[in-house]
Design a protein around this ligand. Structure first.
Ligand code: ADP
Ligand code: ZN
Length: 722
């Protein structure tokens, strides 16, 4: 037999099939060691076949198989080509997506313990009491942990039994189980009529992708769990994707409570050993449900019965290293191959997904009420411009302080949310709410401290820094936000007896850092939780009746065409944390721009209104989904080489542009807004395409110029343009 092998070297020159003579224990999907250019390298067997395209006598032999079971199942193997073609990247890079990184480097191995097992009954002299007792024990139990066994009966007695052939020593695999300490939660609820109807419609629909749009607290999770249980009952497996690690422990807890050891978790916060073991539990079918962030879409499960993507709109589903895949695309491919449904769930679907549902490409399920018809929390707006004029320079409005005092007096909990993303960069007048925008693009300008100027990330235009507001002449211009630490300090002064927890990047280090903070808050060890984006979604804290959003509109002014969408999503998600149990919840939304339409839609929980407004804006301005933004990045530690390469890339793309200018809504080359990241100089060609016709051609023209010194890559609708 001949094996077609892809070697694990991510370079376009070796991105092709190499043939080797197969050995026993090697299958399609196996990881193998092969001789390659005088070295031994890892490789993947893509296919086994009879005969060879070459002189088979000259074929080198595979040296060994790395694992007993092929690491990739047939379905995953079949995906490799389509992903490599879609994102124009070497197959070796695609193959790596399917394995935990640590495993590839060969650093982790199975962990074993020694066990003694019963073989047969023998005669034992009556004087050897320990041997007798030990053998009786083994016969009854079949096997025993070697260390414990020796401690109990003595090492010499055990050795004698082994010597006489009555017992044998074996190695047994030990699974390192993450979150083993999680206690079980209550089991399933009887589904409400609305939930049942959603499950029924999903089952009856012939569309692969189903968008589940349900307000926060409408019971989407229960629907996911039901669909997963149904898949398991049919003997199939499931993938459950969640956006962020901060969210995972709670979801995982629910899944563990419901499905026990059938649920396996895959995420970057695990130790290498834990990840390895969980991964193999899935690969061998011992575990059936893979739960994790975006990379879990590559989980090694067979015969998938359902794939769930919770918080479908979340930015973390777009990969930010090569290949820059969209999780939804991969999930859809896998759902199609397995003939199962892909469920996209959100209280605030992305504009792209909702449009596809509107146009009939996706099935659409809407849950418009919370469980038990609980009202949505009331959102009150605090006008921060007025606060500044009144001389209030703290982070809190009078309204929020009043509500917080009452909440604490009632003995309930509050969440204080700070919007970090994009804050430090845009310029806002704290007296009138004016925000500096690009004259050509109508997106906010970004402040660049190096050059002390304002820039537009979509067209590259420069503007002078402002010293006073052009609208009102005010001089309270702000560039930098309040940090969580400062907020906690101010809260402590105002409420000396309140217990306060802080959750942000600084406080969540350590493997289970997020989990500890969330658990402490859930256990009522604190009254107020202060945090950033991490606390925005998913968490269910029944005692929380007040949510303060300190700077609601800051992401509105992020220099991104999606800033309106992001703001609407954020306010809805954060508000959804309030009043989830018996007590009614409230939200105080602090803003410098109280008339803004996005905030108005959010206050009324009017997703449809928001969608209609946003989609017509995108259509009028030619932004996605009515266009595709494509950025070709050229980066190198050597500025000159980067610039030279940029010119070559540009020249090649310009040819394309000149041949079909109508396809391009925008086309230009420039320095990237952030000139240097990790000591690499960055240049870009930025384009907006009317359609996807030229996309493949752009990839292949651009990537041709990648070299040892200069990295060239392509981004589609990137999350940020810095
Ligand atoms: P979502 O994911 O839509 O935000 P959840 O699934 O978290 O909503 O549900 C909100 C709350 O309602 C949770 O506390 C959950 O336990 C409860 N819940 C969900 N389904 C039911 C049901 N069928 N009966 C009773 N309570 C339910
Ligand atoms: Zn511009």
């Amino acid at each position: 037999m001949t094996a077609e092998v892809i070697v694990d070297i991510a370079h376009s020159e070796v991105d092709k099939i190499f043939e080797y003579r197969a050995i026993d224990g090697v299958f399609a999907g196996s990881r193998v060691k092969v001789p390659f250019g005088g070295r031994v390298v890892d490789g993947f067997v893509m296919r086994l076949k009879e005969g060879s395209d070459f002189d088979s006598d000259k074929l080198k032999s595979i040296l060994s198989a790395v694992d007993e079971i092929p690491a990739l199942n047939a379905e995953c193997l079949a995906l490799v080509d389509s992903i490599a073609v879609r994102y124009h990247c070497p197959k070796a890079l695609v193959l790596r997506l399917f394995l935990p990184g640590e495993m590839r480097k060969g650093k982790v191995r199975e962990r074993y313990k020694n066990v003694a097992v019963f073989v047969k009954e023998i005669e034992i002299s009556p004087r050897a009491k320990a041997q007798r007792a030990a053998l009786d024990h083994l016969r009854e139990n079949g096997r025993a942990d070697y260390t414990d066994f020796c401690e109990k009966f003595g090492r010499s007695a055990v050795a004698a039994l082994v010597e006489k052939g009555a017992a044998a020593l074996e190695k047994e695999r030990v699974a390192r189980t993450p979150y083993a300490a999680l206690e079980g939660l209550a089991a399933s609820h009887e589904l409400t009529a609305a939930q049942k109807e959603a499950v029924r419609k999903i089952g009856a629909s012939d569309k692969t992708v189903q968008l589940l749009h349900g307000v926060t607290g409408s019971g989407k999770t229960e629907i996911y769990l039901t669909l997963i249980a149904n898949a398991l009952r049919e003997g199939r497996s499931a993938i459950f994707l969640v956006p962020e690690i901060a969210l995972t422990p709670q979801m995982f807890k629910q899944l563990r409570a419901r499905f026990g050891e059938s649920a396996a978790i895959l995420h970057s916060g695990l130790s290498a050993g834990e990840k390895f073991d969980e991964w193999w539990r899935l690969r061998t079918g011992e575990a059936k449900i893979a739960i994790g962030a975006r990379s879990a879409v590559f989980a090694p499960v067979d015969n998938i019965g359902v794939i769930v993507m919770d918080e479908e709109h979340d930015q973390s589903y777009a990969s930010e290293s090569n290949p820059r895949y969209q999780t939804e695309e991969i999930a859809r491919l896998r759902a199609e191959q397995n003939g199962c449904k892909l469920i996209l769930g959100s209280a605030t679907p992305s504009i792209e997904a909702y449009r596809k549902a509107q146009e009939g490409e996706y099935g659409l399920l809407e849950l418009t009420e919370r469980i038990n018809k609980k009202p949505m929390p009331e959102i009150l707006i605090a006008d921060m411009r007025r606060e500044v004029r009144r001389g209030n320079n703290t982070a809190f409005s009078a309204l929020f302080r009043e509500e917080l005092s009452e909440c604490l007096q009632r003995g309930e909990q509050a969440i204080v949310f700070l919007n970090r993303r994009g804050y430090a960069q845009s310029v806002i007048c704290r007296e009138c709410g004016y925000v500096a925008k690009c004259e050509a693009c109508d997106v906010s300008l970004t402040y660049h401290s190096e050059e002390d100027c304002l820039k537009c990330h979509y067209c590259g235009a420069h503007y002078h820094m402002l010293s006073a507001c052009p609208e009102c002449g005010g001089t309270h211009l702000s560039y930098a936000g309040t940090g969580t630490q400062k907020v906690v300090g101010e809260l402590k002064k105002l409420y000396p007896s309140a217990r306060i927890l802080r959750m942000d990047n600084d406080t969540t280090s350590g493997k289970e850092g997020h989990y500890k903070i969330l658990k402490a808050f859930a256990d009522r060890e604190a009254d107020i939780l202060v945090g950033t984006q991490m606390i925005a979604k998913g968490h269910d804290f029944p005692a929380v009746t007040l949510v303060g959003i300190l700077d609601a509109d800051m992401s509105l002014h992020f220099s991104d065409y999606r800033s309106g969408e992001r703001t609407f999503q954020l306010i809805t998600q954060v508000s959804g944390r309030s009043g989830r149990a018996e007590e009614k919840g409230k939200v105080v939304l602090q803003t410098y721009d109280p008339e803004n339409y996005i905030l108005r839609f959010a206050v009324d929980y009017d997703y449809q209104g928001f969608y209609r407004h946003e989609i017509s804006l995108r259509q009028a301005t030619f932004f996605p989904p009515f266009a595709r933004i494509v950025r070709v990045m050229v980066t190198s530690p050597d500025d000159k080489k980067a610039l030279e390469t940029l010119k070559e890339v540009w020249f090649s793309l310009k040819e394309l542009y000149d041949g079909a200018p109508g396809e391009f809504l925008f086309f230009n080359k420039m320095k990237a807004p952030v000139r240097r990241i990790q000591s690499k100089f960055r240049y870009q060609v930025l384009m907006r395409l009317r359609e996807d016709k030229l996309l493949d051609e752009i990839y292949s023209r651009a990537l041709r110029y990648s070299s040892r010194d200069v990295l060239v890559y392509v981004e589609e609708n990137p999350n940020n343009l810095s």
